[in-house]
Design a protein around this ligand. Structure first.
Ligand code: SAH
Length: 356
């Protein structure tokens, strides 16, 4: 495997303040910081040489000291529905995935926050591979920039969901730094952070001034059931999670999304639906039902219910006054569907994989 010998400072992921500090001894005028900031994020340049609004000499000096660490696209798979899955290789050999999901009236990027996941949820392919390191703020923003550059899209108008690999609330500092940059162009109302419900992380997010949308991976409305498929539930059981969510500050009109994967004969009964209604009572909630995407590594019990059962479950929630939608499968034919991000069948953890 190639190792990176580039010792230049990576500019990607730096906010204005840190960028100004990094550039202080190289730039000639203070307004260069803003020019470079815009080039990095609004224009998504790949190299200092593309910063053509700077003089040649300055570009040369910058290139000596700094690089732009856009993640390298090593593979791309375009599904028949237009969904495009990207595999990125990071400088240390770790691989991560992100997905570009075009829809009629919007464009959504699904990005990763970690190169793996320690939570070991039994329905998730990323979890199957085990833990991986935290991504840096630059690597998080870099996924957005790299896909944009590849698809020739501006920052404006994008939707971002942290529903790729990893648990964003276990890498909250870097996720926050990435959000601070992204929200300069994209409204926090167009960005969704999805979590299993790491309580200290939720508490911290509650204090943020500009909060993204919050999605909770619930998947079961009963502790025994949830602990059976999501080990993290033993650390933060449902009662504690719901208490934290009831306290979570929501601006007018905002709701918390609850993701509920439907798994045949496991959590798909009318009784399960009724328990869900009860659990969410008094919470400004919308429920997103996700028929599980089966995968070879998950075993044959992890399969979706039939359409009738899905409809019945959804109807039951609606009858009781809950907003409930069923998530359409996207990018199925290239394994870009939810929970199927697994670095194209490779161990995402990079170098360590060679020892196992
Ligand atoms: N760790 C965070 C972010 C990952 S999001 C979280 O759990 O929310 C990934 C989303 O896809 C979550 O809602 C997750 O539960 C869901 N998912 C995982 N495996 C899936 C599968 N096999 N089929 C459908 N959805 C799945």
């Amino acid at each position: 495997m190639e190792t990176t010998t580039d010792t230049r400072t990576d500019l990607l992921g730096l906010n204005r303040e840190h960028l100004a500090e990094a550039l202080a001894s190289v730039i000639d005028r203070p307004f260069r910081v803003e020019q470079i900031y815009q080039a990095l994020y609004a224009r998504a340049v790949r190299d200092v040489s593309e910063m053509t609004d700077l003089g040649k000499e300055l570009r040369a000096r910058l290139a000596e000291r700094f690089r732009i660490g856009l993640p390298e696209i090593t593979e791309k798979r375009l599904a028949s529905d237009g969904t495009c899955k990207y595999l990125f290789r990071l400088p240390d050999g770790a691989t991560i995935e992100a997905v570009d999901i075009p829809e009629r009236h919007r464009r959504t990027f699904c990005i990763s926050s970690q190169a793996g996941c320690a939570l070991a949820c039994s329905f998730c392919v990323t979890g199957y591979w085990g833990a991986g390191r935290n991504l840096t703020a630059g690597e998080i923003v870099g996924q957005v920039l790299a896909i944009r550059a590849d698809a020739s899209l501006p920052m404006e108008g994008l939707n971002i969901v942290f529903m790729g690999m990893g648990e964003p609330l276990l890498n909250l500092e870097n996720v926050k730094a990435a959000l601070d940059i992204l929200t300069e162009w994209i409204s926090p109302h167009r960005i969704t952070v999805s979590t299993v419900g790491i309580l200290p992380g939720l508490e911290e997010m509650a204090g943020w001034e500009r909060r993204p949308n919050l999605a909770i991976s619930l998947h079961a409305a009963d502790d025994e059931q949830r602990s059976g498929i999501m080990p993290i539930n033993r650390t933060w059981p449902l009662a504690d999670l719901m208490t934290a969510l009831r306290r979570y500050p929501l601006e007018k009109g905002r709701k918390i999304t609850f993701e509920y994967i439907l798994i045949r004969d496991l959590n798909d009964s009318v009784r399960d639906a009724d328990r869900l209604v009860k659990l969410l009572s008094g919470v400004r909630a919308k429920v997103n039902l996700i028929p599980i995407n089966p995968d070879r590594v998950l075993g044959d019990r992890m399969v979706p219910p039939d359409d009738e059962t899905i409809d019945r479950f959804q109807e039951r929630l609606r009858q009781k006054g809950l907003i409930a939608t069923v998530r359409r499968r996207r990018g199925d034919d290239v394994s870009a569907a939810c929970g199927q991000l697994r670095a194209f069948g490779r161990d995402p953890r990079g170098v360590r994989a060679r020892h196992s």
